[in-house]
Design a protein around this ligand. Structure first.
Ligand code: AMX
Length: 477
């Protein structure tokens, strides 16, 4: 039985009634004003979308169905809760993305059994595929140039899964009434999420093809969770080739990092580009694969998810510069902070952004950054000699003051991307262009959950009105 789908089904009638009441009774209630400033400023500050899973407050950060990240860590089942003490170290403490999926879809904190049912739901989809990508997708992926950007490959891979879409197949056969849209949207969304470990693994293995050949770097373990299987397919667990030669403790830590990362990146309110594009394209009744591949294309922009890649490039260049300067001045310690400050000012005066800093909504340290930093702090031995991780921590103390003095950006604090890439790098994911693919795996969970609800609630095709310069000018006279 599909426990998640059944539980969702039980919620539908009352939620549809709430939506109907709002529409019928309060349609004319004003929720804000639109100014020329916001229209020309990327619609900042205008509440224009319905989004139910997460909220984002400038001062309190993200809340997942009302829960902060800390509360989620406290309340949602983690690997220890689900599997018991499977390793003799301290890992298994971060909530599983499957628990989050249950929370976002049903609005309820899942039990251990409910979380396990989501793990089984996703693994059963893969079992039916013999743990392999559908043949069409496999063929397409193998034909792509191996050096094509991993995000382009991910977008193509997800788009190609559209040939598997139950929603579009039933729709094109004229078999779907509006009240039935949600069910096949649910099935397609679960299929998409289930296939992401395979797709990420496929893309990563192609980066290693010259060394490891065409075979996958790992295999799906049907007894384990989604984040574990992403790690396996990247070759980082005992169910894989262990291409980076990690110790068992490091393998376990990597899976822990993957559970943390993919748990907290799932959603971030609806207005961010990856979520918004999925919602917009989904509003045309495009299937979940086509809808989410649009989200992936948005995530591939350097001001959005690609920042993870840009941050690591930035850290490497900065570290090299600092070392060169130290050699020149023949000073073993050097005044690192002063050199960092100088370099940040140089970039700012060249009109470049400091990657990993700033945010369109948040006005505090990104709580997801704090969560990643705590991961480092909990493993002092592992990270003490990693100069780039140390630099990342150092920057988070120095850059905010500089950005405040610079006076342009509204949030001078690190965002989530300031830390994530360099942690993956530490464990051997050294291909910078790949980081955002991991982001893309996680982000699927939020926008697809919303897409299912959009269809339950019968939201219409999205179609804002645009205004030309002449009209804008005439309005101001
Ligand atoms: N470094 C330098 N300048 C910055 C800056 C940064 N990190 N962040 C913002 N600014 C500048 C903007 O470019 C803008 O300059 P302009 O007036 O000349 O155009 C000005 O400050 C005001 O911008 P803002 O209102 O504070 O930010 P925004 O809402 O327009 O943009 C964001 C938000 C994240 C795109 C921006 O802060 C940025 O470019 N940061 C660096 C890239 C990055 O880390 N992106 C990842 C964000 C998280 C994610 O989506 N994964």
């Amino acid at each position: 039985p599909n426990l998640l789908k059944q539980t969702l089904q039980n919620k539908i009638v009352s939620k549809q009634k709430e939506m109907k009441d709002l529409r019928q009774t309060h349609s004319n209630y004003k929720i804000g004003d639109i100014t020329i400033g916001s229209l020309l400023g990327g619609m900042r500050g205008n509440s224009l979308m319905y989004w139910d899973g997460t909220t984002l407050s400038p001062t309190e950060g993200i809340k997942f169905k009302g829960l902060t990240i800390e509360q989620c860590q406290d309340k949602l089942p983690n690997a220890k809760d689900v599997f018991g003490n499977i390793s003799n170290n301290n890992n298994g403490k971060f909530f599983l993305p499957e628990s989050m999926l249950w929370l976002l879809i049903t609005g309820e904190i899942p039990t251990r059994e409910q979380t396990l049912s989501v793990i089984n739901l996703l693994n059963n989809i893969l079992r039916q595929q013999n743990g392999e990508l559908p043949p069409v997708t496999e063929t397409i992926m193998n034909k792509l140039p191996a050096d094509m950007h991993p995000m382009t490959q991910l977008s193509i891979g997800i788009t190609s899964l559209s040939s598997q879409s139950k929603f579009s197949s039933l729709y094109s056969q004229g078999k779907l009434g509006k009240s039935e849209y949600w069910s096949s949207t649910f099935d397609d969304s679960m299929k998409l999420i289930a296939n992401l470990p395979l797709l990420a693994g496929k893309i990563y293995s192609r980066l290693h093809q010259k060394k490891t050949g065409p075979q996958p770097l790992g295999s799906i373990n049907y007894e384990m969770d989604w984040a574990y299987n992403i790690s396996s397919m990247l070759g980082m667990t005992k169910d894989s080739q262990n291409i980076k030669g990690l110790t068992p403790k490091q393998q376990s830590d990597f899976v822990e990092l993957m559970r943390l990362y993919t748990g907290i990146h799932v959603d971030h309110e609806g207005g961010n580009v990856s979520a918004h594009s999925t919602h917009l394209v989904g509003s045309t009744l495009a299937d979940p694969f086509l809808s989410y591949s649009s989200g992936i294309n948005g995530l591939a922009g350097p001001l959005h998810g690609l920042a993870a890649q840009e941050v690591v490039r930035f850290l490497f260049n900065l570290q090299k510069k600092l070392e060169k300067q130290q050699q020149k001045s023949n000073d073993a310690l050097g005044d690192t902070d002063a050199a960092i400050t100088k370099e940040i000012w140089r970039l700012l005066s060249n009109q470049q952004v400091i990657p990993g800093y700033g945010h369109a909504v948040l006005r505090i340290f990104d709580p997801r950054f704090d969560a990643m930093l705590n991961f480092v702090k909990q493993r002092p031995k592992e990270f003490q000699n990693d100069k780039h991780v140390n630099l990342m921590q150092n920057l988070s103390q120095i850059v905010p003051d500089i950005l405040i003095k610079h006076g342009k950006c509204k949030n001078p604090y690190p965002n989530v991307d300031a830390a994530s890439g360099i942690l993956f790098y530490h464990y051997g994911i050294t291909e910078l262009m790949f980081f955002t693919v991991i982001f893309g795996c996680s982000r699927a969970i939020g926008p697809l959950t919303q897409l299912i609800w959009d269809r339950i609630l019968g939201l219409p095709i999205e179609r804002p009105k645009s205004i030309d310069m002449t009209t804008l000018k005439s309005m101001t006279k």
